[in-house]
Design a protein around this ligand. Structure first.
Ligand code: ZN
Length: 133
């Protein structure tokens, strides 16, 4: 894994949180993107070399809706950039990590993504992401 690509934060109301984080960072979000397959609407902020992704559920079945119902708003996942997501998935499976989707799927921000189950990573949902060329 190369570096932390972004940190994902689950929020109830994206519009309100966009205002909150804009005043926190002193800068507006630079993109909003809906990922229909995941049931989320996301916005991205830059914080120096790092990114923060805010995620709002777009339907009650969304993983974000379930997360908020269980734990409330807050940090949802940490995403790491990888060069080759398929080989990284294989490597991590060999190491005993539970990969939630063995076939990478298309995520926000032009990325192929895969998640590791938090039960295999001390309760932290880990996202792998590879830039789509
Ligand atoms: Zn993410």
């Amino acid at each position: 894994m190369k570096k932390i690509e972004h940190i994902g934060i689950a929020v109830k109301n994206l519009e309100e949180s966009n205002k909150l984080f804009a005043s926190l960072f002193g800068e507006e979000h630079y993109k909003i993107e809906e990922v229909a397959s995941e049931g989320v609407k996301t916005s991205f902020f830059k914080s120096g070399p790092n990114k923060i992704e805010l995620l709002e559920a777009t339907n009650p079945e969304s993983p974000i809706a379930k997360f908020i119902a269980k734990k409330g708003e807050g940090i949802h996942h940490i995403a790491f950039a990888v060069d080759n997501i398929k080989s990284e998935i294989q490597r991590l499976q060999k190491e005993g990590f539970v990969v939630l989707n063995e076939t990478p799927k298309k995520g926000a921000d032009n990325k192929l993504i895969a998640f590791l189950h938090p039960k295999s990573t001390n309760g932290v949902l880990i996202e792998l992401c590879q830039e789509i060329e």
